[in-house]
Design a protein around this ligand. Structure first.
Ligand SMILES: C[S@@+](CC[C@H](N)C(=O)[O-])C[C@H]1O[C@@H](n2cnc3c(N)ncnc32)[C@H](O)[C@@H]1O
Length: 289
């Protein structure tokens, strides 16, 4: 007997409640909406309507994948970030609300009509650079990632928001593909977890290892990034998302590698020091001598 909207929803919510009660009803509705291609309003206008065969099959498959722990964003192929809907796939990190703090801080640093040249290193879905370019129409962007698959997702998103004419997508390792570019600002949310932390956090196991793994101390990408920054002549300002548990280690690392740069930290919405800001400031050295 074909499932009705109400029955499908109730059955999904019951199953999902056993794996994650905090989002069971929301996930159940998202799966149902995706399988039926209907809005929430359209679904609940006719809760007794029967799902057609294709929708029911799709619904069952999505529910099974969710029960097995796949994040809802990979099932629906999208995730909201800073008020915009981004395409996502299992080749990219799912954009996190925590990273919106990096956007807020960056927007404070660039005035509305600034023609700043901004690079986003480890762009993933492109959520950071696409948001910044959307919010600041005179900015020019570069999006770098080691993963070609991630770059194609970023391309889709930039295209979707009409930003491809202002953003270059570049495959490569950290800052190395941008050696000849003059930049004003670099933003980055580099992988910052240790293998141990990744192992312990089951909810992230479907996300790409390349997007998570920050080496044995979680800071190996940062260490290389800071060394590459030291070689640059353009001295861009740098805004980084970091692991709030490793602020002090990051501070030590940047003092050692970049003694001529000032480092400061800002908090995210939950009050954790998640953002690091670096500015070239050689005078601090001579002042203190
Ligand atoms: C934590 S994710 C951030 C994705 C996106 N910027 C965001 O905030 O949602 C880190 C990204 O860095 C990329 N990445 C990892 N190592 C890299 C490297 N050596 N050079 C460039 N990108 C790298 C990964 O492929 C991944 O897309």
């Amino acid at each position: 007997m074909p499932l009705t909207v109400r029955k499908a929803f109730q059955s999904a919510a019951n199953h999902l409640n056993r794996i994650d009660s905090s989002s069971a009803t929301l996930d159940a509705e998202l799966i149902l909406r995706h399988a039926t291609q209907k809005s929430s309003a359209a679904l609940w206008r006719e809760p007794q309507a029967k799902l057609n065969q294709a929708s029911e099959q799709e619904f069952m498959q999505l529910l099974q994948r969710r029960i097995q722990g796949e994040p809802i964003a990979y099932l629906t192929g999208q995730k909201e970030f800073y008020g915009r809907m981004f395409r996502v796939s299992p080749s990219v990190l799912i954009p996190r609300p925590d990273s919106e703090a990096l956007i807020e801080l960056t927007l404070k640093r660039i005035s509305r009509h600034s023609p700043a040249r901004i690079a986003d290193i480890g762009t993933g879905s492109g959520c950071l650079i696409a948001t910044l370019l959307s919010e600041r129409p005179s900015v020019r962007g570069w999006a770098v990632d080691l993963s070609g698959d991630a770059l194609s997702v970023a391309r889709t998103n930039l295209q979707r928001f009409g930003l491809l004419n202002r953003c270059s997508l570049v495959a490569g390792d950290l800052l190395s593909p941008l050696k000849s570019e003059e930049l004003d600002l670099i933003v980055a949310n580099l992988p910052y977890l240790t293998p141990e932390e990744i192992h312990q956090e089951e909810s992230i196991h479907h996300e790409p290892r390349l997007a998570l793994d920050g080496g044995l101390n979680g800071l190996s990408l940062f260490s290389r990034f800071l060394r590459e920054l030291r070689q640059r002549q353009d001295r861009p300002a740098v805004l980084l998302e970091i692991d709030p548990r490793r602020t002090r280690q990051f501070q030590e690392l940047s003092k050692t590698i970049l003694p001529d740069w000032l480092v400061s930290f800002s908090r995210d919405l939950s009050g954790r020091e998640r953002l690091a800001e670096l500015r070239y400031s050689p005078s601090t050295i001579s002042d203190s001598v």
